[in-house]
Design a protein. Structure first.
Lengths: 649, 248, 235
């Protein structure tokens, strides 16, 4: 029946670190139960941190402050360039400065519900608890959050919640938080507690006797492949949205670190949970290299519409009112343009698939501010959205004050990632994953302004507490060096892979394969997924992979700065990860959050969860390229927030 | 659009570089400048030639990785980053010169890629507030007057791209350094390290081999984030204050 | 343990100032402002030439008795001269060292060169050199009389000035120098204000106007003397 790899089901995976007891006390309990490392002994421990974004930067700085010897890596030329920097909106925290009824419990509740009941209650509650400390920490570091005239912090409301708990720094919250973490890290680099390796890309994990003991990394300037050893390895390498080629991720964001860890034994959880953001600037042609997000806040005042007739190519102004379809207002009269991200995205896809999309290629819908300008006046619109309008105009050369904006959904964030326990440890002892690289806190859908919160919670507070327990329980590990057979094997594998990429000398560029894979994934594993489509993708991906290894062309050598080689090597991993994403999407025959299966919808076309069958996190075990992976289910228990079906009509 | 590109090619930091000429065709006005270079590189790879190396990452104008001098202007003719510069700023048939940032403190790594780690070392010398994780007081314990918060934000917007150095005839990093000094020194949280911060950062800036400021204003003109020129005067004031007050 | 403690001693204040680009710029700013103050006084004094030889020569005599009876003949003048020489040396040495550093900081030029980028820097450097050479000539001409074109007579500046400006090269050198001075002051005054941290967004416009005004005033004031001689107003 199937040409694609099937999967087998293994033993359930259990989070053995999660404490029992009332949810509000679990974090305290865990911190108390965790063993500690004597401050004088910490300097004897080396911890590798891969990535310098919000999670990695804050973790590296904090571990170094605690006294550990930290060796940190980033592929960029500076830790300050990690893609956390591009986050616009803000960061949630249950400070309740507005006295509007917010609380830790409400943030916890909103996040579990927003994640469509596919996240762990224990983790999410911890996240909500820590959120308040994050704001304190960032303010103390000099993060210039927006303030009111009284000198106190300003907040705004965000994405579907009813309280105002989002702290922000204009449209550059991610930048300011990242620079805070970067500066804290810089302080520790200067103090000699962090050894930084910029322009160095992790290519594999060294696992010795079942424990993560280091990494293999390539110096991107000289091309040298080196090994680095440690007592624990922390992956903070971000998400894998770039599997889709076009996404709001940075060009060089990649999945190599997490995928290589997966190949070395770390389970990969919920790979099909990807978030598609509804308001991005549409692509303009085949040359498009990435997509740019426009803040979700635009939907507060803009009206979304397409022409009623198919193939209507008239300019927007010439389409009379009664020939326009304000489809969100029509289908969801009570929520209108403010439906959640996944619903808005899917609706846009549907009207474009019907042939009613606007702009080049028909891949866009109008986001019209004409009514808002008439109602509020141009000045007020300018004050509220001026910077976004400017950005739109710079990219599209269209004046959104006169012509409606064109928007289209784009891949934005990946909720899936390496499976971790309550301590953020993967299934490989000594290998930790934090931030977007893990799967832990957002379930099947992430709420706006929660990614920054999770990255910093993991890096500043959670990991630095939990990693102690691992290091305390494994204080004297045997020395490893380059001569160890396991190390030689992983280095040889890495070198062979790169040499092979250079040796094929085919006729297709790395980008051409990446684009092909991305288009396939977008079509079949994008906003709406079907059994038949996913099967098609699963049939096609191994073929692309085969062709890749036959026809890839990478100029130059491995012993130099070679961006084509970097790219090609990342695509090797995308070509395997994409397969697992499709398989995960195929096996999860329900709709939940960002994962929409057309077969599983309510009569009025809404996502239908099937809790009795799928109330679990799917943790996949690698069994070899092209070999059926093993599914380990982690059952999700909801003691506090009881699953309900969402409805926005 | 059909364009002639003259691009700086340099194999590595030790090699000599030179401008090489390439023709590109079929360029759309909607392409970003970097997408235009992508097009060139795709052609070069298929032909088996070495593609042009350049730094880029977010392509949203915020990470600060992209760094090209286009027709003599850092980040090209518009006041934005190279990644947000679009081909509609050029005409069909144009000849465009593309060069790397040039400064002694920013050695070329390959082609258009330069080493900007000097900026990181300036930050490491004092561009932070020492607030170890866990030690922070309640965020509302210290109100910050809005004008100060806005002033701090205006300077904190710096993306560390290095256009200021590239545009300065003296290869000076004063605008970059002053942006961070002003961001942190105006905040009450930054007050305890106010003097040491500016003294140490200026010392490190000098040690990296950046030139001095002659107030040509080129840095502020090139800055894609609009860090204002008076930022430098404000840092000078901080520095003079610190030389008088620093606890020795 | 994990947090750095500062153990290294900071260098002394003069060391800190002299070793840093910002400090050296401060030296330039302060020495420049001293010279500027002097030039304003000098220019005003020069205008006395339009009141005839009596006034002008008397003014020259008065300069030497300045501060009497505390100061003896020419004491004050020598104090000023020493101060000025110190300012010139400090200004020139700083400028030389900073320029060397600036040139080293940008070793390779852009192939696509934009001349405007270095306009201010170039005018300051070349203008400074022109002014330095001019000062030497000016002293040899009208203070020591060594290269004076006519019969130089000590304490008879009125005739000395007329003699100098009766030669074509005297006029050319002097007017070139005062024009260079104008440009130098125009950027230098503004630059000094920034270096001393006086500038800010709201004050910069006023500072620029002030710099332009000062430059114009000095150039016009100084140039009026050779022009006066050339046109016969002073004879």
């Amino acid at each position: 029946m199937n040409d694609f790899v099937e999967y087998t089901t293994g033993e359930p995976v259990v989070d053995t670190k999660a404490p029992e007891g009332p949810v509000a006390e679990r974090w305290d309990t865990r911190r108390f139960e965790a063993k500690l490392v004597n401050p004088a002994n910490r300097r004897k421990h080396t911890v590798i941190v891969v990535g310098t974004g919000l999670a990695g930067g804050s973790a590296g700085a904090t571990l170094a402050e605690q006294g550990y010897h930290v060796v940190q890596f980033c592929y960029q030329d500076s830790p300050r360039r990690a893609h956390s920097i591009a986050a616009q909106g803000g960061i949630n925290a249950a400070k309740n400065y507005r006295n509007d009824g917010d609380s830790v419990y409400r943030l916890f509740y909103d996040t579990v519900k927003g994640g469509d009941f596919r996240a762990r209650e224990s983790n999410v509650h911890r996240l909500a608890q820590i959120s308040v400390n994050i704001i304190d920490q960032c303010v103390a570091q000099g993060v210039p959050f927006a303030r009111e005239y009284g000198g106190l912090l300003d907040t705004r409301s965000f994405g579907g919640v009813q309280v105002s708990r989002t702290f922000y720094a204009r449209g550059q919250t991610g930048q300011q938080l990242l620079l805070g973490a970067y500066q804290a890290l810089s302080k520790e680099i200067a103090a000699g507690n962090v050894e930084l390796h910029p322009r160095t890309e992790m290519l594999d994990v060294v696992v010795v006797d079942g424990r993560a003991r280091g990494i293999v990394a390539r110096d991107l300037v000289t091309g040298r492949i080196d090994t680095y050893f440690a007592d624990a390895v922390v992956l903070a390498s971000g998400g894998y949205g770039n599997v889709f080629y076009l996404s709001t991720n940075a060009m060089n964001s990649n999945a190599t670190a997490v995928w290589r860890a997966h190949r070395r034994g770390a389970y990969f959880a919920n790979p099909c949970f990807t978030q598609i953001h509804p308001t991005c600037i549409p692509r303009t042609g085949d040359h498009q290299s990435k997509l740019t997000l426009m803040s979700e806040s635009l939907r507060n005042d803009g009206r979304i519409w397409v022409p009623k007739a198919k193939g209507d190519t008239r300019p927007a102004a010439e389409i009379p009112e009664d020939e326009r379809d304000y489809y969100l207002e029509r289908i969801y009269p009570s929520f209108g343009n403010l439906v959640p991200r996944d619903i808005a995205s899917r609706a846009a896809k549907n009207v474009c698939d019907e042939g009613r999309g606007v702009g080049p290629g028909g891949q866009g819908v109008y986001l019209d501010f004409a009514d808002a300008i008439a109602r509020m006046g141009r000045k007020a619109v300018e004050a509220k959205y001026g910077n976004l309008f400017d950005m739109y105009q710079r990219i599209t050369d269209e004046d959104p004050y006169r012509v409606p904006m064109r928007i289209y959904p784009a891949v934005h964030y990946t909720m899936g990632g390496l499976w971790v326990d309550y301590d953020l440890q993967t299934t490989v002892p000594g290998l930790f994953a934090i931030g977007e690289a893990n799967f832990s806190d957002h379930g099947a859908n992430r709420l706006g302004a929660s990614a920054l919160m999770q990255g910093l919670a993991d890096g500043y507070f959670v990991l630095p507490s939990t990693i102690n327990d691992y290091l305390a329980r494994n204080p004297h590990q045997d020395e490893v060096d380059d001569e160890h057979p396991a190390v030689r094997e992983v280095v040889a594998e890495t070198e062979d892979r790169l040499n092979l990429l250079l040796a094929v000398d085919g006729d297709r560029t790395p980008d051409s394969f990446h684009r092909e894979l991305g288009e396939l994934m977008w079509e079949f594993c994008g906003m709406a997924r079907t059994d038949s489509g996913l099967r098609k993708a699963l049939e096609r991906i191994p073929q692309i992979r085969e062709e890749f290894w036959r026809r890839i062309k990478v100029p130059g050598s491995g012993e130099e700065f070679n961006q084509s080689l970097e790219k090609a090597n990342r695509i090797v991993d995308y070509l395997e990860l994409a397969e697992l994403m499709c398989l995960d999407a195929l096996h999860r025959a329900e709709s939940c959050g960002g994962h929409f299966r057309e077969e599983s919808q309510t009569p009025d076309g809404e996502a239908e969860r099937r809790d009795e069958e799928f109330s679990y996190a799917a943790a996949w075990e690698f069994a070899g390229t092209g070999t059926a992976p093993v599914l380990h289910k982690e059952d999700l228990v909801f003691e506090y927030v009881h699953p309900t079906q969402r409805s926005y009509a | 659009m059909k364009l002639t590109l003259r691009v700086w090619r340099q194999q590595n930091s030790d090699a000599d570089g030179a401008m090489s000429t390439y023709e590109v065709d079929g360029i759309s006005a909607d392409m970003s400048f970097l997408e235009m270079l992508d097009t060139l590189n795709e052609e070069l790879i298929v032909k088996g030639e070495d593609p042009v190396a350049f730094d880029h990452d977010c392509r949203e104008g915020i990470c600060g990785a992209c760094s090209l001098v286009i027709n003599g202007d850092a980040h090209g003719p518009e006041r934005t980053t190279t990644c947000q510069l679009h081909m509609r700023s050029f005409e069909d048939g144009d000849t465009i010169d593309v060069e790397p940032w040039r400064a002694a403190a920013f050695p070329v790594i390959k082609d258009l890629v330069v080493d900007r780690s000097a900026f990181d070392r300036i930050i490491q010398s004092g561009g932070y507030i020492s607030a170890p994780t866990g030690s922070a007081p309640e965020a509302h314990a210290t109100p910050v007057p809005k004008p100060d918060a806005d002033f701090a934000f205006e300077h904190a917007e710096c993306i560390g791209c290095g256009a200021c150095v590239a545009a300065c005839p003296n290869g000076s990093a004063m605008l970059f350094t002053s942006a961070k000094v002003n961001h942190l020194n105006v905040l009450p949280q930054g007050a305890p390290e106010r003097e040491t911060r500016v003294l140490d950062m200026v010392t490190q800036m000098d040690a990296e081999g950046f030139g001095g400021c002659t107030l040509t204003g080129e840095c502020a003109t090139a800055c894609p984030k609009g860090i204002p020129l008076p930022s430098i005067a404000a840092m000078n004031k901080e520095w003079l204050r610190a030389t008088r007050k620093a606890r020795r | 343990m994990a947090l750095a403690t500062r153990t290294d001693r900071r260098p002394s204040l003069p060391r800190t100032v002299w070793d840093s680009t910002v400090g050296k710029k401060t030296v330039m700013a302060v020495s420049g402002l001293i010279m500027l103050l002097y030039l304003v006084a000098h220019m005003i004094g020069n205008l006395k030439i339009f009141f005839g030889p009596g006034d002008f020569n008397h003014y020259a005599h008065w300069l030497r008795t300045l501060g009497a009876p505390v100061m003896r003949w020419e004491w004050t003048l020598w104090v000023v001269r020493v101060g000025l020489v110190a300012a010139v040396v400090a200004h020139a040495v700083s400028a030389y060292q900073l320029s060397r550093r600036d040139i080293r900081a940008r070793p390779s030029k852009y192939v696509h060169n934009k001349p405007r980028a270095s306009y201010a820097t170039r005018t300051m450097r070349w203008g400074g050199i022109i002014l330095g050479l001019f000062i030497v000539w000016h002293i040899l001409d009208l203070t020591t009389g060594t290269v004076h074109p006519g019969g130089y007579e000590h304490l008879h500046p009125y005739q000395n000035v007329i003699d100098t400006f009766s030669t074509w090269y005297g006029n050319v050198i002097y007017i070139t120098a005062v024009v260079a001075l104008g440009f130098h002051v125009r950027h230098g005054f503004w630059s000094a204000a920034q270096t001393l941290g006086v500038g800010n967004a709201t004050r910069d416009r006023a500072l620029k106007t002030c710099a332009n005004g000062l430059a114009l005033l000095l150039t016009a004031g100084f140039a009026s003397v050779p022009i006066g001689v050339m046109t016969g107003v002073v004879s």
